[in-house]
Ligand binder design. Structure first.
Ligand code: UFG
Length: 322
């Protein structure tokens, strides 16, 4: 099987770490990215095609030119709050554009598709840790847009033999330990980079969104998974799809950290005082989101290697201070 892989959104945070991991294993990642959120500097391990997955003519050109044997599809909007205010843009970019990619794959005989899904497909969990057979009922348009793609994949699989693996990420965190790439969202909304920014610049405060949750210290618990472990799972998913599929698996550590624990760990890593402000709950935040990761171990042979949250935060801190 040829080792050229089309990576949509390869200039983004998880996409660029996956391109690095692909190259290290002998693949050639071809990034297709409109650079709306991604960065040209993050594309270092293969060609960059600047453009949009909504552009079918461009997709046809890319498939004809590079003949990829698989697609890893990251390109999407990710801000939950924005999805509530601008649902149409999420359905267009996350669902309709993915349909475009699937149709282009079909037209060009490309059968392997690794999809960037999310724990948001589960909505508010009924039980934690969350297994893949947990009911799916998203609570925002972002989650629904990813849910819709998972449904499309089932149908494409049945009708056209598309082989897919949907990877449901919990909270991506950390950065490349070699410091070549890292997280750079604008605006930033994720907890760990915001806490580290507040450490670096005391003029920027960090708010804790709610301290009255039913958790040991009252703050929300999330499953922070190192971005390099996520990258590794994508390559395993591609390999799995050489002779298996379909599958949908959770990618998390199986352990959770509260917001207060993250702030404590960031204090330890940076050696700096961080004084959070206590704020109200953010609408739509479940108290606990933690993955059951057994299925990813069974199907993909995947075991996360970075299980120490301080190490993960230290990688993010080193990237911020590069
Ligand atoms: N939080 C704060 N203060 C902040 C920012 C976040 O207290 O300034 C809290 C949030 O309330 C939450 C935790 O920190 O409890 C993590 O929040 P993030 O915004 O970093 O991440 P989320 O858990 O909200 O979202 C992540 C991904 C989404 C995905 C979701 C699915 O960013 O794309 O997980 O589980 F949909």
């Amino acid at each position: 099987m040829n080792k050229t892989i089309l990576v949509t959104g390869g200039a983004g945070y998880i996409g660029s770490h996956t391109c690095k991991a692909l190259a290290a294993r002998g693949y050639t990642p071809v990034t297709l990215d409109n650079l709306s959120n991604g960065h040209e500097w993050a594309v270092k391990w293969g060609p960059l095609v600047k453009g949009d997955t909504g552009d079918r003519a461009l997709l046809d050109d890319v498939f004809a030119r590079y003949r990829p044997s698989g697609v890893i599809h990251f390109a999407a909007f990710i801000e939950v709050g924005v999805s509530v205010r601008e649902p149409g843009s999420f359905y267009r970019n996350n669902a309709c554009s993915t349909l475009n990619v699937l149709e282009a794959m079909r037209a060009h005989g490309c059968e392997r598709f690794v999809f960037s899904s999310t724990a948001a497909v589960y909505g508010t969990p009924r039980q934690v840790p969350i297994t893949e057979d947990h009911p799916q009922w998203p609570i925002n348009p972002y989650g629904w847009s990813k849910f819709m793609v998972e449904r499309m994949l089932e149908d494409f699989g049945r009708a056209h033999g598309t082989r897919f693996c949907a990877l449901r990420y919990f909270n991506a965190a950390g950065a490349d330990p070699e410091g070549e790439i890292g997280e750079a969202h604008d605006p930033e909304s994720h907890l760990i980079p915001l806490v580290l920014r507040a450490a670096k610049d005391p003029a920027r405060s960090i708010s804790i969104f709610g301290t009255d949750y039913d958790t040991p210290d009252g703050t929300c618990v999330r499953d922070y998974i190192h971005v390099c472990d996520l990258a590794d799972a994508h390559i395993r998913a591609l390999q799995f799809l050489e002779d298996h599929g379909p599958a949908a698996v959770n990618l998390g550590t199986g352990a959770g950290n509260s917001v207060k624990e993250i702030i404590d760990a960031a204090r330890a890593v940076t050696g700096l005082p961080i004084e959070p402000v206590i704020g109200p709950r953010r609408p739509g935040d479940p108290a606990r989101l933690v993955a059951d990761r057994a299925l990813a171990g069974e199907l993909l042979g995947w075991t996360p290697q970075h299980l120490d949250i301080r190490e993960t935060i230290a990688h993010a801190w080193a990237w911020m201070n590069r």
